[in-house]
Write a protein that binds this ligand. Structure first.
Ligand code: ATP
Length: 365
């Protein structure tokens, strides 16, 4: 490994995976910093689980290398990688008590009985199952079963923790509390982790870095806020939430869309050259009021109450827009016509727009 990757505890280099004639992963590089949690996020079938299984040693890459803690583990079996996996299905032993489930891996390591007992008790306490070691798996809820699965992994103090859609079988409330537990414990013990999910909210809540995949390729990676606020392609803009897309012009300070000037945010000013672009505007960045300039007039087509927000469809010039306005801020007297205003924070530039035969290619500064 090169010197500059020394902070990267898990490194995948030029990974390719084929199943028969089907190339599932083309040529993938991935790095996970020590102590961080990286999530693979993407539509079903994009190859997330396959990548995770290759890190675990459950699948062998067709070509490429995998390093953990500086060592090439590409040819090592699951047992010799010092990893633990937490599955969607929990994969607990139903005939064993919770204590037995959590102690299982430690017994295999032939540790002294009192150390096993102490570590199991500590692990059960960490996941709020203190004193429940005697219960059996079918005597506890799904959420508690997932906590046992987590305790069973934590107790082994692995170098790397792998999560394969761990919360998919839980209801919405439990998912929320479990993702907090996972994030809390992962941070507290600084465990380098790779997490797979297709749920964006879950990915954002637990991750230091999110890696978005599509058809076996990485589309973009970064901190959750970066992916949401600065998507670098139309796919990312739509995958990371809803986006209203315009053809617009950036003059270095302001962005003009549909004849209206919006002050560009600092990020855009610092990273983009002047030119014509596809411009994305997040639905929550547009608000409506009763007064404004003529160029801000829009026709209100539909208002749908969603609880925390109103979803509003408007026609602005030739554009059909989706707005998401906080319920506490929406003026319900707004009916057929309104004036819109755009918050620069939710505006981002995508690809340069090709004008006639001349390609506009702004350079990144
Ligand atoms: P999901 O979210 O639905 O689990 P995913 O992004 O995790 O999807 P993978 O399970 O990694 O995707 O699958 C990627 C592709 O590889 C799919 O087309 C799948 O059919 C194929 N695939 C996975 N495992 C095998 C296998 N053992 N044999 C053949 N094809 C496979």
């Amino acid at each position: 490994m090169s010197k500059d990757s020394k902070n990267n505890f898990v490194v995948l280099k030029n990974i390719c995976k084929r199943f028969g004639q089907n190339t599932v992963i083309g040529d993938l590089d991935l790095e996970i910093e020590k102590g961080s949690l990286v999530t693979l996020l993407g539509p079903s079938g994009c190859g997330k689980t396959t990548v995770l299984r290759m890190v675990a040693g459950l699948e062998k890459p067709t070509s490429g290398q995998i390093f953990i803690d500086g060592e090439d583990v590409t040819d090592r079996s699951v047992q010799h990688r010092d990893i633990c996996m937490v599955f969607q299905s929990y994969a607990l032993f139903p005939h064993m008590s919770l204590y037995g489930n959590v102690a299982y891996g430690l017994k295999n390591l032939k540790l002294p009985a009192d150390e096993i007992s102490q570590r199991v008790d500590d692990a059960l306490k960490l996941v709020n199952l203190e004193g429940m070691g005697d219960r059996f798996v079918d005597q506890i809820s799904g959420g508690q079963q997932q906590r046992v699965a987590l305790a069973r992994a934590l107790v082994l103090k692995p170098k790397v923790l792998l999560f394969d859609e761990p919360l998919s079988n839980l209801d919405a409330n439990l998912r929320r509390s479990m993702r907090e537990t996972i994030r809390d414990l992962q941070k507290r013990f600084n465990i380098t982790s790779l997490y797979v999910t297709h749920d964006q909210a879950e990915a954002f809540a637990v991750s230091d870095k999110v890696v978005v995949m599509k058809d076996g390729d990485i589309m973009q990676q970064g901190a959750p806020s970066e992916l949401y606020q600065v998507p670098d392609s139309l796919f990312m803009a739509n995958f990371m939430g809803d986006a209203n897309i315009f053809d617009g012009h950036f003059d270095g300070e302001t962005i003009t869309i549909n004849g209206v000037q919006v002050k560009a945010n600092q990020r855009t000013v610092e990273s983009k050259a002047s030119g014509h672009y596809q411009v994305g505007v997040r639905p929550e960045a547009i608000t409506l009021s009763h007064e404004g300039q003529p160029e801000h007039i829009c026709k209100v087509n539909k208002v749908v109450y969603m609880g925390a927000m109103y979803e509003v469809s408007v026609t602005w010039g030739e554009h059909e827009l989706l707005l998401q306005i906080n319920s506490t801020e929406f003026d319900t007297d707004i009916k057929d016509q309104a004036y819109l205003s755009v918050n620069p924070v939710g505006v981002f530039l995508l690809d340069p727009v090709v004008l006639s035969s001349k390609k506009v290619q702004p350079e990144l500064t």
